[in-house]
Design a protein around this ligand. Sequence first.
Ligand code: THU
Length: 136
Amino acid sequence: MSLFDAAAAARRNAYAPYSGFQVGAALRTGSGRVFSGCNVENVAYPEGTCAEAGAIAAMALAGEREIAEIWVIADSDLPVSPCGGCRQKLAEFSSPGTIIVMAGLEGEKARTTMAELLPGSFSTDHMTRATPGGGV
Ligand code: THU
């Protein structure tokens, strides 16, 4: 199954009664496995989760740790760009060249890379002087 088809199938199960905006995501890992997710909203609005977060959780549960490519699909004229929080979540399991594709219901609308999506991202490189047990 293509990542477009997997993301579209995931989107059909999105739970979005508050925004009315259904989103699906599907990613392929470095080893070639595919995992998908949908947005799951909540009456306590900030508790809702994005489609990308669902796909990442499914990937981690399967023991996979490396995203090679991810597709995000929604019914929108503009390509739906992963939110700031999702960019950081994606960066955790991506390399600079990880491909992010934004799709509408008819297919691809735009594509970019992790490096372009979240330049200057916070990483363990910034924590070389961290002191475990410190900061109490
Ligand atoms: N949403 C996602 O699932 N992924 C994105 O990349 C953008 C936004 C969801 C969150 C919320 O359920 C709805 O879209 C409207 O913001």
